[in-house]
Design a protein around this ligand. Structure first.
Ligand code: GLV
Ligand code: MG
Length: 346
């Protein structure tokens, strides 16, 4: 890691000053669109008011012969729309691909001032972040980009998971990280073909009770990695996200996976299908009862110290901090969602 004095210095003369604090943005869902499809681009103006982040996907799921069309389509989509407070991100191709250099140079050169975040797939270690960090600074300087473009890493290789703390701390340009369960399963040699979610054979058997049939309780395959990622991200002051849930026909399982991630500390997830937008909105906005109860705690302990009983439950400095996490998030949600603002009383 760089020395404190140089950590926040721009990496190119004329590049914008790196952020010391991340901009406050609501990012409950990162909505993926395939930008090479004209019909999809035509729906972007309507999507802007429905989602927190729109991401033009250039990597996996885009056929090799459509890579250039996807890049051009993304640039056009960025030029044609005003995104307001909705984030504009792209997922570029991975660093060992033949497309990535042009993805970065073309996109930053042409729409660098509109782009909030670059999602970098298959990050293995801090060296991947350093490469993109330096290149972005050079391009920002060359094209008069006025605010730093942030980097969001996908945690989807065994080596990346091993190096997750170093990745999180690699640069002040780090926005956060998403778990990529499909590539990670492949990289680790996990025996599942699912994209996120549980597996019927990953379970614990209830104790034997004579001849009675024993129940198997499914466990969360992603619990360990999400926990490790959240710790690395929160310790570095960046954001953790769950990634994709591939079975569009099972909204309940999608909601359960998103909710586990939310409860463990994640701030959002990817929506790969329009039906997942509302699931993410529901899960990653705190529940009104939780917000009202948290407000009671903050009101009862104005300086955050001491101990009080509320509705029969003990509150102290630690629960005050838990309540503050909920109310701070509720305030960000309320600023974009008038219905929830009213339910939260904010
Ligand atoms: C996402 O990119 C994944 O591999 O799950
Ligand atoms: Mg992947």
């Amino acid at each position: 890691m760089r020395q404190p004095r140089s950590y926040y210095a721009p990496l190119a003369i004329g590049a914008p000053q790196p952020y010391r604090e991340l901009p406050v943005r609501l990012e409950r869902m990162i909505h993926f669109v395939p930008p090479h499809i004209e019909k999809v681009r035509a729906k972007v103006p309507d999507l802007i008011s429905k989602v927190d982040v729109i991401l033009g996907n250039l990597e996996d799921a885009i056929p090799a012969d459509q890579k250039l069309a996807a890049r051009e389509g993304f640039i056009q989509m960025a030029e044609d729309n005003d995104f307001g407070s909705t984030g504009l991100w792209t997922r570029i191709n991975c660093l060992n691909s033949p497309w990535v250099l042009d993805d970065i140079t073309e996109i930053v050169g042409r729409i660098g001032n509109k782009l909030d975040v670059i999602m970098l797939p298959k990050v293995e270690g801090p060296w991947d972040i350093h490469y993109l960090d330096q290149l972005l600074a050079q391009l920002e300087a060359a094209h008069q980009v006025t605010k730093p473009i942030l980097i969001h890493a996908i945690l989807e290789t065994a080596e990346g998971v091993k190096n997750v703390e170093a990745i999180a701390n690699a640069s002040p340009r780090m926005h956060g990280m998403s778990l990529g369960p499909a590539d990670l399963a492949a990289s680790r040699g996990m025996k599942t073909t699912r994209v996120g979610g549980g597996h019927p054979h990953y379970s614990v058997l209830a104790d034997a009770d004579g001849e009675a049939a024993r129940t198997g309780y499914q466990q969360d395959l992603w619990h360990y990695t999400v926990g490790k990622m959240v710790d690395a991200c929160m310790a570095a002051g960046i954001k953790a996200f769950y990634g994709p849930f591939g079975d569009f026909s099972d909204p309940d399982a999608c909601e359960a996976q998103f909710r586990n991630a939310f409860l463990q500390g994640c701030l959002g997830a990817w929506s790969l299908h329009p039906s997942q937008i509302d699931i993410a909105k529901r899960v990653f906005s705190p529940e009104p009862e939780e917000v009202l109860f948290s407000k009671k705690i903050l009101d009862a302990m104005p300086d955050g110290t001491g101990a009080v009983m509320i509705d029969g439950k003990m509150q102290d400095d630690a629960t005050w901090k838990q309540a503050k996490v909920i109310v701070d998030l509720a305030r960000i949600v309320a600023s974009k969602d008038p219905d929830l603002a009213e339910q939260y009383g904010l």
